[in-house]
Design a protein around this ligand. Structure first.
Ligand SMILES: C[S@@+](CC[C@H](N)C(=O)[O-])C[C@H]1O[C@@H](n2cnc3c(N)ncnc32)[C@H](O)[C@@H]1O
Length: 310
């Protein structure tokens, strides 16, 4: 096992916010933070625009532990990242799989949902349980994060109580939530992500688990027609971030069938009310009857469950 494995990440932020952003990152996850401004960033470099500084940091903790947290807290501070991009890369010379082995062990996320890393032996499962073999690659979604656990618990319960036929996972990452839905018996499952690495990881993971799922490289806001063409769903799960969830609210509402369910996460507790208002507002504007049925919290994170009453 490589003990000195670490990850390096960088993002562009407005120059006047660079110090505040660095302080936040240092507190969240970092071994070290560096700021490069107009004097040090190579002119013409991707992501560089006037008035922007690049903040680069290193962490010895796997990205699932801090990537979503950093993104959500920066959005909460009003930091507009360049194109919303936080690039993460493994340090050269390190072995990605070995680095992950330090962190990723078999996990139980809900009563019927379990995850085993592809390099570990599967524990013995009870009948009816789903045990996913998972290789995280570069995508988010090993099952370690609070938001993944919150969504999984809802999926487990909704599959038991309502048996949704068509399920959509928005922001599928490793494909973990879509795969749980499929494993728990949902007939048609679609997973979308705007990151090609996520779609690739999802395809590989679903293949490894013999689960037939329709994976698409798709951003609902970037290609609303492509999104509408996916049709209506009985259950939509979206573990993204508060801001894109709010922007997607009319689209997700249109995509949920009458009597259907929406589960949202990637939301800090301080942002939950704004997200809830956006969905209830979008529903009222369209003469629908979306109701927030439950709000659950795990640490600083929240998941919202809405039902569209016919
Ligand atoms: C927090 S991860 C969730 C991964 C996995 N579903 C889970 O619950 O662990 C969020 C995912 O949403 C994707 N994403 C972010 N914005 C998106 C957008 N506008 N359209 C589609 N996917 C998006 C990211 O690429 C990332 O894979």
């Amino acid at each position: 096992m490589t003990d000195n494995a670490y990850w390096r990440a960088s993002l562009f932020v407005p120059e006047h916010m660079a110090e505040d952003v660095s302080a936040l990152i240092a507190a969240e996850c970092s071994l070290g933070v560096a700021i490069e401004d107009k004097d040090t960033v190579v002119p013409g470099e991707k992501g560089r625009t006037d008035g922007m500084a690049r903040v680069t940091f290193t962490s010895d903790r796997a990205p699932d532990y801090w990537r979503l947290d950093v993104q959500a807290r920066l959005a909460d501070m009003g930091v507009q990242m360049d194109g919303g991009v936080l690039t993460v890369e493994q340090q050269e010379g390190d072995d990605w799989a070995h680095a992950w082995k330090k962190y990723f062990r078999p996990l139980t996320l809900s009563s019927r949902c379990h995850v085993t890393p592809s390099w570990c032996e599967s524990p013995v499962m009870l009948r009816g349980a789903v045990n996913l073999l998972l290789d995280p690659g570069m995508a988010f979604g090993t099952g370690q994060h609070e938001t993944t656990r919150l969504c999984t618990a809802f999926i487990d319960e909704l599959c038991r109580d309502h048996k949704p036929h068509r399920v959509l996972d928005v922001g599928c990452g490793t494909g973990i939530l879509a795969m749980f839905a499929k494993g728990l018996g949902c007939e048609i499952v679609v997973g979308i992500d705007n990151d090609h690495q996520a779609v690739t990881a999802s395809k590989e993971n679903a293949g490894q688990n013999n689960l037939l799922i329709d994976w698409r490289l798709l951003d609902p806001m970037g290609d609303p027609n492509g999104f509408v063409a996916l049709g209506k769903f009985d259950l939509i799960v979206a573990n993204v971030l508060a801001e894109p969830l709010i922007m997607m609210s009319p689209l997700l509402l249109n995509a949920v069938g009458e009597g259907g369910h929406i589960v949202l996460s990637g939301i800090l507790a301080s942002q939950a009310e704004d997200v809830a208002k956006a969905y209830i507002g979008a529903s009222q504007n369209r003469g629908r009857h979306l109701t927030e049925r439950e709000r659950r919290r795990d640490g600083d994170w929240v998941a919202l469950h809405f039902v569209d009453y016919p």
